[in-house]
Write a protein that binds this ligand. Structure first.
Ligand code: PEP
Ligand code: MG
Length: 577
């Protein structure tokens, strides 16, 4: 038995047989042409191009129908490459000038273009390079149209590859393939996105593995933990089979709950929303019955690159989420950089205490031009759906006043530029600094909603770094001080007729969700996959019962007491789920 660790990018357990997909190191034909054959070779290339165009259009259509238009969109990049002048004209030029066959000419062009993308700063460019490789491979296959693509024999295959191109992933037969394991890749690579869409458990970024494996060996892929196990021992295999069985049962039950309203048994409604990081996750949110997006973290647009994303690039991303979510609302959190996220483009100096330093709204107010680009992109995208703006790490009233000023300035710029945008957009704050929670009576009149960010509120209130193992015992969501602050924010919000939501990790825990509902929270936002279980528990309790729990909270003075009390009081509903 051998265990490898990668990044789980599509949840679920796959148990099957290894099927290695290696790019065949095709030795491409290479030969010189007689002058009288040159034009025939150009024609052969042109024909392969149009065959490839038809093929990609068909694939795009199939995928759009099979799993949704947003996935079909992946092939738009391929179509752009096919129409690209450099690829087309340069290849023809080389065939004519050097009098060589189309395969060799394409190889030369690919090398040049590939180098350009290789020099690009981030995952985006690397993904585009893979797209380019994918498309050139297709053209080459179409130069010899008699060649057929190999089909896989047998069932329960787990595909192990260096990486899969979008068209390879798209041509996977769900009846034969149960999982994917890839040497490279990231959560945003096409293969990862497609794996999620196809609901195939997948792990990427495992490192060199292909050479250690043989076809048909037994393999386990855990898309949650990122573990990949080859030739598992008997007990390990049995444990994973059981885990897979439990997950399947749960999936079945999940289907029955997704369409049901999120309300207590006596009819008290609580909206369950989702936290996302990538636009494509909107599809998952809908699948799990999320009523909207309560936290769209936008930092990924700024990380792993040397430059800043333009207003246009951001507009496209926000528009995509808005359109995918249709009539449902999407709360876009403005940049929350600093702390543990330092993009190169900001030229951060080292800070002694980054979580108490130049972070989130503090950076945005200091670098107004960057903030304005983001606000303009959100205002423009909100024409296409129901967007709201949420500002992180607010500490003072002046910060919110400044955000209003910048919002107005952004509107003025858009008017001048003649760009379409929504005049009105709800503005809220993430209450995650104790000062904001204490000051929320004063902050209420300045905003349209509050969202409590308990991940940070707990760390700042209890002075316990959320990522430091040594103080993790102090990271206590049920600490009476935390509960008191949450109550305070809910009361102040309701006093100002604002909806109050909570988007920290504690929202995903069924017992803590019950506690929060008892305290009067209006909305809970969590990882999409956590929604069904929380909903199931909410539907089993009554509001009245949660009020009784709330009334007894004052008898306790520690996190442990409150947490035990909650667990005991709700043991019947928690055990059933
Ligand atoms: C929070 O602080 O609770 C929160 C939701 O934001 P993040 O985890 O991104 O800091
Ligand atoms: Mg936070």
């Amino acid at each position: 038995m051998k265990t490898y660790h990668g990044l789980g990018v599509s949840p679920g357990i796959a148990i099957g047989r290894v099927c290695r997909w290696q790019r065949a190191p095709k030795s491409l034909p290479s030969y010189r042409l007689r002058p009288e054959d040159v034009e025939a070779e150009v024609a052969r290339f042109e024909k392969a191009l149009s065959r490839t165009e038809e093929e990609v259009a068909r694939l795009q259509d199939e995928i759009s129908k099979k799993i949704g238009p947003e996935y079909g969109e992946i092939f738009s990049v391929h179509r752009v490459f096919l129409q690209d002048k450099i690829l087309r004209e340069k290849t023809v030029e080389i065939i004519r000038r050097e009098r060589i066959n189309a395969e060799s000419a394409l190889e030369t062009v690919l090398k040049k273009l590939g180098e350009l993308f290789q020099r690009g700063p981030d995952d985006f460019f690397k993904d585009r390079r893979r797209d380019l490789l994918d498309i050139v491979e297709r053209i080459i296959t179409n130069l010899e149209p008699t060649g057929t693509r190999p089909s896989l024999p047998g069932k329960n295959q787990v595909i192990v590859a260096a990486d899969l191109s979008p068209s390879q992933t798209a041509s996977i037969d769900r009846r034969q393939v149960v999982g994917l394991a890839m040497e490279i890749g990231s959560p945003t690579s096409h293969a990862a996105i497609m794996a999620r869409a196809l609901e195939l458990p997948a792990v990427v970024g495992i490192g060199h593995i292909l050479n250690d494996l043989k076809d048909r060996e037994t393999i386990i892929v855990d898309g949650e933990t990122g573990e990949v196990i080859i030739q598992p021992e008997k007990e390990v295999l049995a444990a994973y089979r059981e885990k897979r069985g439990r997950l399947k049962q749960w999936q079945k039950r999940l289907k029955t709950i997704v369409g049901l309203p999120s309300e207590t048994a006596d009819g008290h409604r609580v909206a369950l929303l989702a936290n996302i990081e990538f636009p494509e996750e909107a599809a998952t949110v809908k699948k799990y019955g999320g009523e909207g997006i309560g936290l769209y973290r936008t930092e990924y647009l700024y990380l792993n690159r040397k430059d800043l994303p333009s207003e246009e690039e951001q507009y496209q991303a926000y528009r995509k989420v808005a359109e995918l979510m249709e009539e449902k609302s999407v709360i876009i959190r403005t940049l929350d950089l600093g702390g543990d996220k330092f993009p190169e483009s900001f030229g951060f100096g080292k800070e002694r205490n980054p979580f108490l330093g130049w972070r989130a709204i503090r950076i945005c107010l200091a670098r107004e031009e960057i903030f304005i680009d983001q606000i303009k992109a959100i205002l423009r995208a909100s024409v296409h759906g129901h967007l709201k703006i949420m500002v992180p790490m607010v500490t003072t009233v002046e910060e919110v006043e400044q955000v209003h000023r910048i919002l107005e300035k952004s509107r003025q710029q858009l008017r001048k530029e003649g760009k379409e945008f929504a005049e009105k957009i709800p503005l809220g704050i993430l209450v995650e600094v104790p000062a904001a929670a204490i000051l929320c009576e004063k902050l209420g009149p300045l905003v349209d909603f509050f969202s409590i960010g308990t991940n940070d509120l707990i760390q700042y209130t209890l002075a316990a770094d959320r990522g430091n193992e040594r103080v993790s015992h102090l990271y206590q969501p049920c600490h009476p001080a935390i509960i008191s602050l949450i109550e305070r924010v809910i009361q102040a919000g309701h006093h100002h007729r604002l909806k109050v939501s909570l988007c920290g990790e504690m929202a995903a825990s069924p017992e803590l969700a019950c506690l929060l509902i008892g305290l009067g929270i209006d909305q809970l936002s969590m990882a999409p996959g956590a929604i069904p279980r929380v909903k199931e528990v909410i539907r089993r309790v009554t509001w009245e019962r949660l009020q009784r729990i709330r009334e007894q909270l004052s008898e306790f003075s520690t996190h442990a007491q409150i947490y035990d009390f909650l667990k005991k009081s709700l043991s019947d509903v928690l055990a059933e789920s």
